[in-house]
Design a protein around this ligand. Sequence first.
Ligand SMILES: *[C@@H]1O[C@H](CO)[C@@H](O)[C@H](O)[C@H]1NC(C)=O
Ligand SMILES: *[C@@H]1O[C@H](CO)[C@@H](O)[C@H](O)[C@H]1NC(C)=O
Ligand SMILES: *[C@@H]1O[C@H](CO)[C@@H](O)[C@H](O)[C@H]1NC(C)=O
Ligand SMILES: *[C@@H]1O[C@H](CO)[C@@H](O)[C@H](O)[C@H]1NC(C)=O
Length: 327
Amino acid sequence: MRIASFLSLAAVFASSLAQLSSNLTLITEDFGENPTNVPFYLYVPKTVQKNPAIILGVHWCTGTGPVFFENTEYAKYADQFGYIILYPSAPRESKCWDVASNATLTHNGGSDSLALANMVKWTLKKYRGDPNRVFVTGLSSGGMMTQVLVATYPDLFKAGSSYCGVPYGCFRGPGEWNNVCSEGRLIKTPKQWGDDVRNAYPGYRGPRPKLQIWHGSEDVGLAYQNFHESNKMWSNVFGIEWKKNNTNTPFANYTQMVFGDGTKYVAYSAAGIGHDIKITALDVLAWFGIYKPKPATTTTSTKAPAPTATALPWGQCGGVTYKVSFP
Ligand SMILES: *[C@@H]1O[C@H](CO)[C@@H](O)[C@H](O)[C@H]1NC(C)=O
Ligand SMILES: *[C@@H]1O[C@H](CO)[C@@H](O)[C@H](O)[C@H]1NC(C)=O
Ligand SMILES: *[C@@H]1O[C@H](CO)[C@@H](O)[C@H](O)[C@H]1NC(C)=O
Ligand SMILES: *[C@@H]1O[C@H](CO)[C@@H](O)[C@H](O)[C@H]1NC(C)=O
C-alpha cells in the first residue's frame, strides 16, 4: 500500500526533476571513515558558485537520499543559488538515522554522524566549498540528526534547521527507537540539556551553529513536548532567553518564538499541524543566508499566507501509521 503510493508520487515528481540542470550522483570514492556504510548521494548543479555553500539534507525514516532529493525543493534552488547539496541514505532497514548510540552522539565517536561529517568535509575540499557556509537540515529522523550534528560537530556546521525533531541526545539508549523521548516524556532542565550538548564534544570552546526548529503542535510521531525541550536545550547552550512571540509568522497559524536577538536560535510552532509539517525550503535557505527575502512591505497584512511548499505525504518517521520493529 505504502509502496504503491510512493511509486505514483515519484512519477508525479519525475517531470519537475527533468528540469534540473544536473543529476543526482552516488559517490563511490572513499570519502573518509564511514563505519555504518552510509550511501552518499550528491547534487552538484551545472553552475556552481565560487566557493559554494554546502548543505546536508537528511531524510525522514522510511526515506532515502534520492527520495529526499525528489520530494523537496533544495535541488531546484541549488540550480538557482549555486550551492551543493548532499543527500545521504540511512544504512539500515528502518531507514532511520542512528540518533541513539553513544558513538553517534559523540564528536568523532563513530556511526552515522561521523559518516555524515566526513561526507561534508570531503565535499568541502573537493569543490572548494566555503567553510563558513556549511549547513544541515532534515525532517523527523533527519530533524533529529540535524540536532545531533550541530551538537557533535559545532566546528563543521555553521547553521541548522530541524523539522519535527527532538533535542540532541533525547533518543540516547540501547535501542534504535526511544518511546520515552518520542512520546515527549523525557523532561530535563535547561542546564541538564545544555550539559548534554556540551558533553557531546568535551573541551570545545568555539562558536555554536545557529539553529532554527519547526514543530507541529499536533505532532504525535515525535511529540510536541520535544519542541519545548529543544527550546530549553538551545537557549541554555546559547545563554539566551526567550524574548517574544511573533504570531502568524511566517505563515498563518505559525508562531515564531524569538530567543535572544533572534540570530542564534528561533523556534517555529505550527498550530494545528501534525508530523506531516511542510518543509518550506526558502525559509530554511533564508536562515542559512543563501536566499535574501525581500524586505517586508510597510502595508500591514492581516492575513499571513498558508505555506505553499510541497507536501510530504509520507513524511511520517515513526508517526502514527508507521510501524517500526527494532531489534
Ligand atoms: C542525467 O542522466 C541522464 C541519464 O543518464 C542523461 O541522459 C542526462 O543527460 C543527464 N542530465 C544531466 C542534466 O546531466
Ligand atoms: C552511554 O553513555 C552513558 C553516559 O552518557 C552511559 O551511562 C552508558 O553506559 C553508555 N552506553 C554504552 C553502551 O556504552
Ligand atoms: C509564546 O509566549 C508564551 C510566553 O508568554 C509561551 O509560554 C508560549 O508557549 C509561546 N509560544 C507559542 C507557540 O505560543
Ligand atoms: C488556521 O487555524 C484555523 C483554526 O484551526 C483554521 O480554521 C485555518 O484553516 C488555519 N489556517 C491555515 C492557513 O491553515
